[in-house]
Design a protein around this ligand. Structure first.
Ligand SMILES: *Cc1c(COP(=O)(O)O)cnc(C)c1O
Length: 361
């Protein structure tokens, strides 16, 4: 086996080694089928067990009540940007959005394209999205309040979710779903592209509260209705079988190896503390997000100049630390430390950062 690196990619991103090994073990003969999971029918008992297990694990991990449905929808998080206003807006009522960066901006754009009455009730754009807004007023008329729980590119994260009273929260949790324990009840819909924290690319996980399904207009195309996915168990057409299979293995690791959301959150907090404490005592590395808005998933930072940043990313890779380049739209450096990137990877990163600083500083 080739050498594995410490993987700080933003997405697709690191997967737990135990999940990868299970894939490897089962790849030629899945559960005695004599076929790989890539080759079995999505209508077979084998795949039925896989998707049901993935849903049950999601239910247990997030403590979902009976009124929540777990769906798998292809098209990534980006298709959700358009499906949400299409399915969940209500006639003559505005849809509220909080703009905290690139992904929120795209979600807002898709609602506007459809001619919805979009109100941006909060934004941190005037300071290049370096913080999570605190002052905003949710309209009691709004059909929903949309926000992005973790801003993958800007390196900010909601420490506490917004309060919206009776207005359902709709949240893009692509880059921090399953990273911490939280109360799902105020959420009408949660969605996440799988490729950051729970699996490979190719599907979004959508968790929808049943009362939201009543909003879905009849006239929508079949494949763009949440009701289609709910009624057909995400199998109106062929789902992303291999992706869902891998998600199930990642969730199994979360349940059985990590021991659930509280443990995962504790580990993620420890990882975040190690790297942010290091950045804070350094005058060489500078974090880009306000301290009270920092992300525990994507740590964004700058070095004294762009030449050094380039060198940092290159030298890190030589030392077996990959994926540290910032998003092309913002530059700088970014360490994505999702669930599957463990404490030892974060310790190795901080050690490398220290050495690099000593050599250059
Ligand atoms: C990556 C990302 C997306 C886009 O996901 P796709 O599955 O590629 O469409 C959307 N929102 C957030 C917060 C992301 O991190």
């Amino acid at each position: 086996m080739g050498k594995r690196i410490y993987n700080f990619n933003a997405g697709p991103a690191a997967l737990p080694l135990t999940a990868l090994k299970e894939i490897q073990e089962e790849i030629l003969d899945f559960k005695g089928s004599g076929m790989s999971v890539l080759e079995v029918s999505h209508r077979s008992k084998w795949f039925d067990d896989v998707i049901n297990e993935a849903i049950e694990r999601t239910r247990r991990l997030l403590n979902l009540g009976d009124d929540f449905r777990v769906l798998f929808v292809q098209g990534g998080a980006s298709l959700q940007f358009c499906m949400i206003p299409m399915n969940l807006s209500l006639d003559a009522r505005p849809v509220d959005y909080i703009n905290t960066g690139t992904w929120s901006t795209k979600a807002i754009k898709e609602a506007k394209i459809q001619g919805k009455d979009v109100r941006e009730i909060g934004s941190s754009e005037e300071r290049n999205f370096a913080y999570i807004p605190k002052d905003f007023q949710v309209d009691e008329d709004a059909a929903y309040l949309h926000f992005t729980s973790n801003n993958t590119i800007k390196g900010t994260q909601w420490a506490k979710f917004p309060h919206s009273g009776d207005i359902p929260l709709v949240c893009d949790m692509s880059s921090d779903i399953m990273s911490r324990a939280f109360d799902v009840r105020p959420f009408g819909l949660i969605y996440a592209g799988a490729q950051k924290n729970i699996g490979p690319s190719g599907t979004a996980m959508v968790i929808i509260r049943e009362d939201m399904l009543e909003r879905v207009p009849d006239y929508l195309p079949t494949m763009l209705k949440y009701t289609t996915f709910a009624e057909k168990g995400s199998m109106f057409n062929t789902p992303a079988c291999f992706v869902i299979y891998t998600i199930n293995l990642v969730l199994k690791w979360l349940e059985e190896t990590i021991g659930g959301m509280e443990n995962m959150e504790r580990i993620n907090r420890e990882k975040g503390a190690i790297i942010y404490d290091f950045i804070d005592q350094s005058d060489f590395y500078v974090g880009t997000a306000d301290k009270d808005s920092r992300s525990l998933m994507n740590v964004t930072f700058r070095l004294p100049d762009e030449e050094l940043e380039k060198k940092f990313v290159e030298e890190a890779l030589k030392e077996g630390l990959g994926g540290l380049k910032g998003h092309r739209s913002v530059g700088g450096c970014r360490a994505s430390i999702y669930n599957a990137t463990g404490l030892e990877a974060v310790r190795a990163l901080v050690e490398f950062m220290g050495e690099f600083q000593r050599k250059q500083g």
